[in-house]
Design a protein around this ligand. Structure first.
Ligand code: SF4
Length: 115
């Protein structure tokens, strides 16, 4: 599967999931890659990469390489949203120099970056 196909597949799964609430601010982003977490225990239920904000620094990939991958445009996308626990995913989001990774709980409330 190409990065674009994987991105679209994960976005579709996330869009169609009715158990995990949609965050209000999702419409603020024009180009996202998102993944929902239905298996992993913990608070983080949705991971969103704001691809317009991504500068290709790859810090997220270094911290959580199976969750985040780089496409041919050097933008991060979600590969397997369930690959790591909450702590590792949060570390990856914190490592992003431009805070392009947004984390939400099951009610659609933002966990990171804190507002
Ligand atoms: S760390 Fe942030 S800027 Fe760097 S690739 Fe990941 S999302 Fe993009």
């Amino acid at each position: 599967m190409t990065p674009q196909e994987l991105l679209e597949k994960n976005n579709k799964i996330a869009d169609e999931n009715t158990d995990i609430a949609k965050p209000d601010d999702l419409s603020n982003f024009d180009d996202i890659s998102q993944g929902v977490r239905v298996i992993k225990e913990g608070d983080i239920k949705r991971i969103v990469v704001d691809r317009q904000g991504c500068i290709g620094a790859r810090s997220c990939v270094v911290v959580a390489e199976d969750v985040f991958k780089m496409d041919e445009m050097d933008l991060a996308y979600i590969d397997d949203p369930e690959a790591y626990d909450d702590d590792t995913v949060k570390l990856a989001a914190e490592a992003c120099p431009v805070l392009a990774i947004h984390l939400y709980d099951g009610e659609g409330k933002k966990i990171f970056p804190e507002e």
